[in-house]
Ligand binder design. Structure first.
Ligand code: OGA
Ligand code: NI
Length: 318
């Protein structure tokens, strides 16, 4: 299913933490349909979108500037709006008490008929692709191919689909204006589908001064697979979670991210095949849920600060 042999994927992962997957089994026409439904949602009047604002379970709409991925280098939040969809867990299911679990928010079917069905189908299909990619990763790490399939891992994962729409604003890195600020993703892997507008950049060495940023060219119909922080911890730094960001080039841009994290209770600790006496575990074990709660809080805390700053300026000028 991958576009290159296992060995080449392994090399790409070690080198950049990013690789493409083609022939992944999701129908191209269906992918186009998901993009088209995403566009329809973002084209709704702001008033309609605000009715579906992101809730405490991390589901729903996030307006432009809501997320502030790199507060050190960005003067505002990201120039993008988004929509989070998790795995649907009904309210009467005991799992719905857990963080990041619960029913989704859905746009009214009168306004966007078939929207929910399209997104739910994509959610299921993308999860299958993620499971297949995780088997390649398991094999590359000399684990049983189904290592990540266990219920406490991807058997019952936290998986989040996020529709994204970038404004047509040209980014100005020198002035701190970015489509999406530099960050790495938290989870095991992310499957990213993009339209054909360039924008995504990666920085292979986050410690280099100055940092060198390279574009990842869009590849229609493919997934750009991106390894996340949890895999970096799990693999004891063999696989790096690469810093990436999005620069706007003056054109609107749409992308669809699918973030895959293991089950809430999964303890992410150095894999048996990634440690030795000479190479002991570099990170302490951490429960997936705790890691995510801490990461999501940091990402959105910055805009709480932004709101404070705005309120402060408004008061000054009043
Ligand atoms: C993300 C991300 C890149 C893109 O949502 O985490 O890195 O191209 N998105 O939208
Ligand atoms: Ni990302």
């Amino acid at each position: 299913m991958a576009n290159s042999s296992n060995g080449n994927d392994q090399q790409a992962s070690l080198d950049s933490g990013f690789f493409y997957v083609i022939n992944h089994g999701i129908d191209k026409k269906f992918m186009d349909e998901v993009f088209s439904q995403s566009k329809k949602f973002f084209s709704l009047p702001m008033e309609e979108k605000m009715k579906l604002l992101r809730n405490e379970k991390n589901r729903g709409y996030t307006p432009v500037f809501d997320e502030h991925l790199d507060p050190v280098n960005q003067i505002h939040g990201d120039y993008k709006e988004g929509y989070y969809i998790g795995i649907e867990v009904p309210e009467d299911d005991s799992d719905s008490q857990k963080p990041f679990c619960g029913p989704n928010k859905w746009p009214c079917a009168d306004i966007l008929p078939t929207w929910r069905e399209t997104m739910e189908k994509y959610h299921e299909e993308a999860l299958e692709v993620a499971r297949k990619v995780s088997r390649l990763i398991a094999l590359a790490l000399e684990l049983n191919f189904d290592y990540f399939d266990h219920p406490e891992m991807l058997g019952k994962p936290i998986a989040t689909l996020r529709l994204l729409h970038y404004e047509d604003r040209t980014s100005e890195p020198d002035k701190g204006i970015f489509g999406a600020g530099a960050h790495s993703d938290f989870g095991l892997i992310t499957l990213l589908a993009t339209d054909d507008i360039v924008g995504l950049q990666i920085c292979k060495n986050r410690d280099a001064k100055p940092q060198v940023w390279e574009y990842v060219p869009p590849l229609k119909g493919a997934f750009i697979v991106n390894l996340g922080d949890m895999l970096e911890r799990w693999s004891n730094d063999i696989y790096r979670s690469t810093l990436h960001r999005v620069l706007g080039n003056g054109q609107e841009r749409y992308s669809i991210a699918y973030f895959v994290e293991p089950n809430h209770d999964c303890v992410v600790e150095c894999l048996p095949t990634c440690q030795s006496e000479k190479n002991p575990p570099k990170f302490p074990p951490i429960k997936c849920q705790d890691y995510l709660l801490q990461s999501v809080k940091l990402e959105y805390e910055a805009d709480t600060m932004l709101t404070f700053r705005l309120t402060y300026w408004i008061q000054l000028f009043w």
